[in-house]
Design a protein around this ligand. Structure first.
Ligand code: SAH
Length: 267
């Protein structure tokens, strides 16, 4: 039975079979894989994925879609359909059950893209790879480098933990209802080693967030309440960066250096 898509749940269903096939191939799923699919919706992408992995958990928040999904996939013994909010799923439990890292996949609800990115980063030790369809601009923000207009604290946050690449673009016309913007299919690989310890990490995020809060000011002005001017002057002297540099011109490496300098003065 046809159900009206729910906007508040970000329901834009992918209907283009070529794109679904492309996502499935690019996901490179093989038989030992454990998959978590975010928001199966009507199960279109699920149909393309289900043939391959050892196990697929399809997590759908909308309970009105669950019965139809269960009917559609009644013969699939490797698929478990779960009526839950993805942000409340215990990935560690799934990881422990299979003693294997998870591939997390989905055409994700756009209104919770940032919380989903935070969720996968928090759970990265249980995740092998994340493969998401997101809004094009969100993908650009995740992957942006210094100097780009979309480079900001989200870019620094993600790229601190992971590298994200756009695999291909998806036109808005491939969805029903069609959203107002195009999408990108991205893959996120987590770094094996992180550049800072946990305490310094928090400082790094504080510095990047404060800097980009007022991205049109100079770095010096944006950070005037967060670190001392003396320290900033020292930073400019060491790095030979322009004293009037703007936040978006600072590379992640530059922010890391600044963080290390701040932390070195703490004790
Ligand atoms: N994968 C499908 C549907 C994508 S639309 C397709 O490609 O066609 C996004 C889906 O995520 C919808 O089915 C929506 O109900 C579901 N969803 C929204 N918020 C969710 C949440 N917090 N947890 C799990 N699923 C959610």
């Amino acid at each position: 039975m046809y159900k009206k898509p729910k906007k508040r749940l970000g329901q834009n269903f992918l209907i283009d079979k070529n794109i679904l096939q492309k996502i499935s191939s690019a996901s490179n799923i093989t038989s030992p894989d454990i998959i978590v699919e975010i928001g199966p919706g009507n199960g279109e992408l699920t149909s393309f994925l289900v043939a391959f992995p050892e196990k697929i958990y399809a997590i759908e928040k909308d309970k009105d879609l669950i019965q139809e999904l269960k009917n559609k996939f009644s013969g699939c013994r490797n698929l478990e359909i779960i009526n839950q909010d993805i942000l409340k799923v215990n990935l560690k439990e799934i990881f422990d059950r299979h003693a294997k890292k998870i591939k997390i996949i989905g055409n994700i609800p756009y209104n919770i893209s940032s919380p989903i990115i935070e969720f996968v980063i928090k759970n990265r030790e249980f995740i092998d790879i994340a493969l998401f369809t997101v809004q094009k601009e969100f993908a650009q923000r995740l992957t942006a480098l210094s100097g780009s207009k979309l480079y900001g604290s989200l870019s620094c946050f993600l790229q601190y933990y992971a590298s994200a690449v756009v695999v291909f673009q998806i036109s808005r016309s491939c969805f029903r209802p069609a959203p107002k913007v195009d999408s990108s299919f991205i893959r996120v690989d987590f770094k094996k080693e992180l550049p800072l310890n946990q305490q310094a990490e928090e400082k790094f995020f504080e510095l990047t967030r404060s800097s980009f809060n007022q991205r049109r000011k100079t770095l010096r002005n944006s950070l005037s309440k967060v670190i001392s001017q003396d320290l900033l002057e020292e930073f400019f002297k060491i790095t030979k960066l322009d004293r009037n540099i703007r936040p978006e011109k600072m590379t992640i490496e530059n922010y890391l250096s600044l963080t290390r300098l701040v932390m070195s003065k703490k004790y």
